[in-house]
Design a protein around this ligand. Structure first.
Ligand code: HEC
Length: 147
């Protein structure tokens, strides 16, 4: 085998070993992680546009709508007994269920407010609404997500 090909195989093997798969019925951990990735994929472009000062009302609104459509997906997959590898949740999701629900509700309200702000097509209006959503991600991750 050519050396380059061999090292590619080793790399593939390493990443396969490093990644723990969710093998439980219904794969709730994989589902909620995928749902958070979708949330990130809709949210991130809005932040980049604002940071790089190239706010474009229509694409921002499309992302805000996509985020609103994605916002409900993770929560149903946090059932009892779903804290196992590869989950990066902290035990507090289950031990402080009401705190987790509060963070979730703050997030849901902020996402709807962001979509409404985006409808106004004005950068000064969307900026604080974007920041409120970002604060809600951070606040929940600080208390409920490990690394
Ligand atoms: C109410 C709490 C809460 C809110 C709000 C929240 N998250 Fe999370 N997030 C979590 C938890 C808990 C996990 C870990 C899930 C697991 O692995 O079990 C997570 C995981 C993730 C992941 C990792 C997914 C993976 O592949 O492992 C990403 C990315 C993420 N969140 C992005 C976001 C973004 C962006 C926002 C805001 C727009 C957000 N989250 C809002 C609780 C939250």
């Amino acid at each position: 085998m050519r050396p380059a090909l061999l090292s590619l195989c080793v790399l593939a093997l390493l990443s396969a070993c490093g990644k723990v798969e969710d093998t439980r019925p219904g794969t709730p951990v994989a589902h909620r992680q995928q749902a958070f990735k979708t949330i990130l994929n809709t949210f991130e472009p809005m932040g980049i546009a604002l940071r790089e000062k190239r706010y474009a009302a229509e694409s921002f609104l499309n992302n805000a709508r996509a985020l609103e459509a994605a916002k409900d997906a993770p929560w149903g997959y946090f059932g009892a007994d779903t804290h196992y590898p590869p989950s990066r949740s902290r035990e507090t999701v289950w031990s402080d269920a009401s705190g987790f629900a509060r963070e979730r509700d703050t997030f849901l309200a902020a996402v709807s407010a962001l979509r409404q702000a985006a409808e106004r097509r004005d950068e000064q209006t969307v900026r604080p609404a974007y920041e409120a959503v970002q604060a809600s991600c951070r606040s929940c991750h600080k208390a409920f997500k490990g690394n």
